[in-house]
Every structure is written in structure tokens, then in C-alpha cells.
Design a protein around this ligand. Structure first.
Ligand code: GLN
Length: 283
């Protein structure tokens, strides 16, 4: 079979399962099966698909129609222009979390004191936020914490690939527990999905992503609540906390922040969809 036809069939099979962007997904899977980039795929559309690659491609399509996320099948995902290894040990970094990185970079760049900038990234997962901060701020030293030792293994792989292993210290433990010293900034994309909402999530998320990275208790704010209670004692003077939150959590998250930071300046930042996505508290 020629590549063009194989792609056409794959696209039809994927879209029959109501998966959006079926053409792009089919192309990514075929590029993966052949080990080539898009330009080469387009140059070779009229060539025939070697039988080994054809079997591999079919197996990849079957995984996708069983709703395994493409990022896990490909073993990689791009976040903030950075390519990360991802697998079911970690949440796939979301585009809205780039707002957390931008907000954090903005704050850290404006700090008047000399580097290093000390940062705690809580719930680092794949290391996405920590690595983005380390790559964009050479003067940053980041403590990247996760409760899952398996996630920390993935973060270590990604830190090594991006050459930031010496500035991102990976620590296993509960929330701010492992932080060895006060920091300028605490940044966190904690699990914030209400437990009752988990069964309604898309199958890609519900059936494949680590539930520990999603589940935030009855109102989704269990981890946020505990982190905000502990944060004041973990910050340097003029430090800040930035937390990703979910749709509808802004009011409750703001009042939690106010309870623990009586004098702090509290702001909510909206993502590209207009949702209040980042809670920022500057002391
Ligand atoms: N935004 C994520 C989702 O798609 C949730 C991430 C989180 O809980 N931190 O469900």
C-alpha cells in the first residue's frame, strides 16, 4: 500500500471513533512508525509502505482508537517549545499551564535581588514547569517536588535531556515537605479535579493519565488548601505563590489565599480560553 492510501485509511478509522484532528493524528502515527519527520512523509506519499512499518502503523492506530493519548504513544509532548518525554507515569503537560510558566518568569525577572532565584515547583510530574523555568532563567535554582517517585524518574530523564540536571533538584515527597530552604517563588500545578468529575473526563484522561495527578478531593482544592496553609513559612520576604486552578475555583482559591496571606496581593490570571487559571499571591 502506498503511504497516501495508508494515511487515508488511518484517518477514516480514527475519525470513525470520534477522535478530533484525525488526519493530523494519522500523520503523527505514520511518521512515528517510519521514524521520519513531516517533510519526508510528504515527499514520500507516493511510495509504498514497507510491511514491517505497516504492521507497526496498524498497531499504533489500534492504540489510538482505544483512546490512548497520542503523546503516550509517541512518548513525547511539546510544552513551552520544549520537547518532553511523557508516559503514563506523568500527566501530559497542558497548553494552559504555559500561563503558569509565563507568570512565574515575569515575576522572577523583576525581582530586584541578585540571582540565584530559588523556586519550588510542587507536583512537577514530567518536570515541564521546572525545566521551562530553568531554560529561560539561567540564574534559577529549582526544587522540583513530586509525591510519585515514578514521576520523578520521568522528570530526571527530561532534566538530563535538556541539560538542567544541575539546577533542578528533584525531591520525592508530600507538597512542600521536602523543600530544604525558603524560596522566592512556589509554583504548582497540583491535582485540582473534583473527585466526582473524574468518571466524566475524556477517556484519554480518565483511562490513561495518573489519577493521582488529577484528583483533588471533594471540591478539587484539597491539595491547594494544604499548600496555601504551609506556603507562608516557606517563602523568602517578597516571595510569591502561583497555582494553577480549574474552572469555577477562583473564588474559593482566592479566599483560601486571603486566609493565609492577610497582607498579600492576590490576582487571578485568565488563560487563552478566558478561564481564571492562575492564582498569584505576592507577599
Ligand atoms: N487541566 C487538567 C485536565 O485536563 C487537570 C490538571 C490538574 O488537575 N492539575 O483535566
Amino acid at each position: 500500500m502506498i503511504l497516501r492510501e495508508a494515511l487515508r485509511q488511518a484517518e477514516a478509522r480514527i475519525s470513525a471513533h470520534n477522535i478530533p484532528d484525525a488526519r493530523i493524528e494519522a500523520e503523527l502515527l505514520l511518521m512515528h512508525a517510519l521514524g521520519i519527520h513531516r517533510a519526508e512523509l510528504y515527499a514520500r506519499l507516493g511510495e509504498s509502505l514497507p510491511s514491517g512499518a505497516e504492521n507497526h502503523f496498524r498497531a499504533l492506530i489500534e492504540r489510538r482508537v482505544r483512546r490512548e493519548p497520542a503523546a503516550y504513544i509517541l512518548g513525547r509532548h511539546e510544552f513551552y517549545g520544549i520537547e518532553l518525554h511523557v508516559d503514563p507515569r506523568v500527566l501530559i503537560p497542558r497548553p494552559e499551564t504555559e500561563l503558569l510558566v509565563e507568570t512565574a518568569l515575569d515575576f522572577l525577572r523583576r525581582l530586584p535581588q541578585e540571582p540565584p532565584r530559588l523556586v519550588g515547583d510542587v507536583g512537577t510530574g514530567s518536570g515541564a514547569v521546572a525545566i521551562a523555568l530553568a531554560l529561560h532563567l539561567p540564574g534559577a535554582h529549582i526544587y522540583a517536588i513530586d509525591a510519585s517517585p515514578e514521576a520523578i524518574d520521568v522528570a530526571r530523564l527530561n532534566c538530563d535531556r535538556h541539560g538542567v540536571g544541575h539546577r533542578v533538584e528533584l525531591l520525592v515527597g508530600d507538597l512542600l515537605g521536602p523543600l530544604p530552604c525558603p524560596v522566592d517563588l512556589i509554583v504548582a500545578n497540583l491535582p485540582y479535579v473534583k473527585d466526582a468529575d473524574i468518571p466524566q473526563l475524556m477517556p484519554e484522561i480518565r483511562d490513561f493519565e495518573p489519577v493521582a495527578a488529577l484528583s483533588g478531593g471533594a471540591d478539587g482544592l484539597d491539595k491547594v488548601r494544604r499548600l496555601l496553609a504551609d506556603a507562608p513559612s516557606r517563602l523568602l520576604p517578597h516571595g510569591a505563590v502561583m497555582l494553577e486552578i480549574g474552572l469555577g475555583q477562583a473564588d474559593e482559591a482566592t479566599s483560601l489565599a486571603r486566609k493565609h496571606f492577610r497582607q498579600g496581593k492576590i490576582d487571578l490570571l485568565r488563560d487563552f480560553a478566558g478561564i481564571e487559571r492562575v492564582l498569584q499571591v505576592v507577599t
